[in-house]
Design a protein. Structure first.
Length: 257
């Protein structure tokens, strides 16, 4: 019997088989290249989205944003962070609501002394910005002003903004602050350009609204029912006992160790 050949039966068949083998490999290379390109595009798009999301989170805070220097929701805001307090300097806790007329009186009378003592390192000042007057007055100006003040803190301008709000508090309690007024306060304290844009985004997003609410809740839980309330090293002091710059200065000196 004749031996069966294992070679292709014709030159045409050989070419077909060669083309099949070659074509399959080429197709695979094209597919792999396409996959690589798609993965690269996904990586680039993902990177852009991550950067945008990180930028947005820096502005909005995702509802749990804390102002610079604050360690937890409900905790007060440590002002004058660029000052190193002297050894043994007491802590002065000030509880205020931006719509509170008595707080404006306190700031008008004692605000400059508080700043003088703080910048000299003689006292550590912590503000607890409350918003209970929103419910009492039927508006949201305390919360909005508080949020705006902490947005200003991001720009290093908390104290200046804080002072502007009290200086320009409406004569009629309950009139509150307009958005245009808050923006004007930011501009007045030197927030401008891209910093002003970031401040505005922060305000519009309500970045620190949850924080302001948490301070109100915590201070109420701690027994603070009115404003202004002042504590020195955790002990509430009668406002009458610090009713002048001299008396406040003396109270701080007496508390120093």
């Amino acid at each position: 019997m004749a031996k069966k050949s294992t070679q292709p039966t014709s030159a045409r068949q050989a070419k077909i088989e060669a083309a099949r083998t070659s074509g399959g490999g080429g197709a695979n290379k094209v597919v792999v290249a396409a996959v690589v390109v798609i993965v690269a595009i996904i990586a680039v798009v993902g990177g852009v989205i991550w950067v945008q999301q990180s930028s947005e989170d820096a502005i909005t805070g995702g509802g749990n944003a804390l102002p610079p220097g604050v360690t937890a929701l409900g905790a007060g805001f440590p002002a004058f962070a660029d000052v190193t307090p002297a050894e043994g300097a007491p802590t002065l806790d000030i509880y205020e609501d931006f719509q509170c007329p008595a707080c404006k009186q306190f700031e008008d009378l004692l605000g400059p002394t508080v700043e003088e003592l703080a910048t000299a390192g003689k006292v550590k000042v912590v503000y607890h910005v409350k918003n209970f007057l929103d419910d009492n007055l039927g508006n949201d100006s305390s919360t909005r002003a508080g949020n705006a003040a902490f947005c200003a803190a991001d720009a290093g301008k908390f104290q200046e903004f804080h002072n502007q709000v009290f200086t320009n508090q409406p004569a009629e309690e309950g009139d509150g602050f307009t958005d245009a007024q808050l923006t004007g306060f930011a501009e007045a304290v030197g927030i401008s350009g891209s910093a002003l844009e970031t401040w505005q985004q922060c305000v519009d997003a309500g970045k620190y609204v949850d924080y302001v609410n948490s301070v109100e809740e915590q201070s109420f839980a701690d027994g603070v029912r009115g404003t202004p309330t002042v504590k020195i090293d955790g002990e509430e002091v009668e406002l009458g006992s610090i009713a002048s710059p001299e008396l406040l200065t003396q109270a701080i000196e007496n508390a120093s160790t």
